[in-house]
Design a protein around this ligand. Structure first.
Ligand SMILES: NC(=O)c1ccc[n+]([C@@H]2O[C@H](COP(=O)([O-])OP(=O)(O)OC[C@H]3O[C@@H](n4cnc5c(N)ncnc54)[C@H](OP(=O)(O)O)[C@@H]3O)[C@@H](O)[C@H]2O)c1
Length: 336
């Protein structure tokens, strides 16, 4: 049975724990900055859970082999690095790193410790419908681009409008719409169309310079892909991938539940629908398959393949953000 520890005590960690418990994992250790927060959080999941408020002690003494990290983005890198050095396998929330320099440092560490596993928790990438899209695109004789939209009004935006600076809207915490939601669309684009030849981000910046929303244009040899992303408004637009006379219609590229093909006669064919389930279950099943048989070479290869996509996503996000003039304090640290 896989024993795991967690960092971060918000709703997303609860969702992850429920998914992990459903495949038989045991939560043994909770880290929080405050003991009372950790205790209240752990109480929802059982009694035999150790509480830690010191990260080094958590990694040194915690009885677990896997850590799930769901802290603010800017902390992912240092916490994952600490975990890997302490001999733990890592599942880190998206975006795994603030920039390419951090990602390079993680890759170097993984090469030095080939038995460790490291996953970016890009939940939609593991869903069956994501793979169905990949297959459907292969049937297109001509590919003519896509318009992908993921815009959700953030529960933290009211606070931002009222003058506060929640982590997700903060440069200090490597936040912003591109990092938070654009990461999903970057996974879509790179998995389905490859790495673009050119990429430009047109952000709408908020009062502190963070991107609240924006449009990305990705140029490929024979087509363009447009990504619309934002945390300051809701969009109900479906997304589309264009063949010659046919088009694939996705209800939402990051929360994909329905995939339809519009044929050249403009007839609609439902290709696949997803049954409602915990959105993190698909990735947890994938991670479980690997972590329960870590010495299996096929499993090692799977992780390498996913990591290769994560590296490209990270490279694209770093390029888009930095060329749009959005600089994180983490970028300066990474340059040292
Ligand atoms: N996969 C998904 O669907 C999904 C959905 C939402 C979020 N996420 C990802 O999950 C991560 C966490 O997102 P979130 O919205 O939960 O973030 P958050 O609320 O800002 O912070 C998450 C946790 O980190 C700790 N924390 C908060 N502020 C901190 C600070 N200043 N310094 C150190 N620790 C701090 C808190 O835990 P303690 O108080 O216990 O220390 C908090 O519960 C992000 O990377 C986000 O992208 C993923």
């Amino acid at each position: 049975m896989i024993k795991f520890g967690i960092i971060g005590t918000n709703w997303i960690t609860k969702q992850f724990i429920e998914a992990a418990q459903s495949v038989g994992w045991q939560l043994t250790s909770v880290y929080s900055r405050k003991s009372v927060t950790a205790q209240q959080f752990a109480a929802q999941f059982g009694t035999a859970i150790d509480i830690y408020t010191d990260l080094s002690t958590f990694f040194a003494q915690g009885n677990f082999t896997v850590v799930y990290i769901a802290s603010p983005n800017s902390l992912h890198f240092s916490q994952a690095k600490q975990a890997l050095l302490a001999g733990k396998n890592v599942i880190v929330e998206k975006p795994a790193c603030s920039n390419s320099a951090e990602m390079k440092s993680i890759i170097k560490l993984l090469r030095q410790h080939p038995n460790r596993y490291y996953f970016e928790a890009a939940r939609h990438f593991h869903e069956p419908l994501f793979k169905t899209v990949t297959q459907q695109i292969k049937h297109f004789t001509t590919l003519q681009g896509a318009n992908l939209t993921y815009m959700k009004y953030s529960s933290r935006y009211d606070a931002f409008l009222a003058g506060a600076e929640p982590n997700v809207f903060s440069l200090d915490f490597s936040g912003g719409a591109l990092q938070d939601l654009g990461v999903y669309l970057a996974y879509n684009a790179i998995s389905w169309f490859g790495y673009p030849q050119q990429a430009t981000y047109y952000p709408y910046k908020l009062r502190n310079g963070i991107d609240g929303s924006g449009t990305v244009i990705l140029n490929y040899t024979t087509f363009n892909v447009t990504l619309n992303l934002g945390k300051t408004a809701n969009s109900y637009l479906p997304s589309e991938i264009y063949g010659l006379k046919e088009a694939l219609v996705l209800d939402n590229p990051a929360e994909l539940t329905s995939l339809t093909l519009m044929d050249e006669q403009q007839q609609s064919h439902l290709i696949a629908q997803a049954a409602p389930e915990n959105p993190m279950l698909a990735e947890v099943r994938d991670f479980n398959e690997i972590l329960t048989d870590p010495a299996n070479l096929d499993n090692k290869q799977k992780m390498e393949d996913w990591l290769a996509v994560a590296v490209q996503v990270n490279r694209l996000l770093t390029h888009l953000r930095q060329t749009a003039g959005i600089k994180f304090p983490a970028d300066e640290l990474a340059e040292i």
